[in-house]
Design a protein around this ligand. Structure first.
Ligand SMILES: *Cc1c(COP(=O)(O)O)cnc(C)c1O
Length: 227
């Protein structure tokens, strides 16, 4: 990464590299609202956050046409705070969470778009479901009765490693699972989004079929984690 480039420059460089069918989530977690506004002012509208509280605060302070994506692990008891405005929830990794999202969406008379998170990394620390778990959810009667959610695809995170072959295998697994599930379309299951790829691996993710990349540090600079 070139540390001398501004947010505006990094953003336009990345956008020029993305194929037209790939959308960009600007991952702004831990960054101040001035940074988000700089990106907003050159046309960026999709921002990704991984903490609900932080996303709620930024949503209150920033322009209302921003689409807020929750990309982090979601605790069920916090869904209510974002249900009125969240645009896409990437990390749905259990049925109980999906039920909670459906319930809260109903209260706001909304249909909330979600992605199922598939576990592709070998690391234990990464969340996600197996293909079987996802299959049993979408084939259940209870799922078909959830009228306030729309599952629009899958999300996954590769292992944090320099081994390009391993990352490629994990992305390929995600893509092939996505292809399998595509054939199971029904009322509230409409897979079209494949969210994979971050700063370090988005080119590879796109080669492997990604339609949505989540890029943070390459746009906004590295994060100083205090929490
Ligand atoms: C932080 C984060 C990203 C962005 O990571 P960068 O390496 O900074 O691009 C993408 N996806 C998820 C789920 C994240 O938590």
């Amino acid at each position: 990464m070139n540390f001398n480039m501004s947010i505006t420059e990094q953003l336009s460089k990345i956008k020029s590299e993305l194929p037209e069918h790939v959308s960009l989530v600007a991952v702004s977690k831990t960054k101040p609202k001035e940074d988000l506004l700089e990106a907003y002012n050159v046309g960026q509208r999709i921002f990704g956050e991984n903490k609900i509280q932080e996303m709620v605060e930024k949503h209150q302070q920033l322009p209302k046409d921003i689409q807020w994506h929750m990309i982090g692990h979601v605790q069920r008891n916090k869904v209510k705070y974002m249900a009125s405005f969240v645009s896409l929830i990437h990390g749905v990794d259990n049925f109980k969470l999906l039920k909670e999202i459906n319930k809260e969406a109903k209260k706001h008379d909304r249909i909330i778009d979600c992605l199922f998170q598939l576990k592709i990394a070998q690391e234990d620390s990464k969340f996600g479901m197996t293909e079987q778990e996802i299959g049993s959810i979408i084939n259940s009667d209870e799922f078909s009765e959830m009228t306030n959610i729309n599952v629009v695809g899958l999300m996954g995170m590769a292992t944090f490693t320099d081994n390009q072959n391993q990352i490629k295998e994990e992305f390929s697994l995600l893509k092939s699972t996505f292809n399998t599930l595509m054939s199971q379309k029904h009322s509230n299951f409409n897979p079209k989004v494949l969210s994979m790829g971050m700063s370090g691996d988005f080119e590879l993710a796109i080669e492997c079929g990604s339609t949505m990349v989540r890029i943070g540090s390459t746009i906004f600079g590295s994060r100083n984690y205090t929490k």
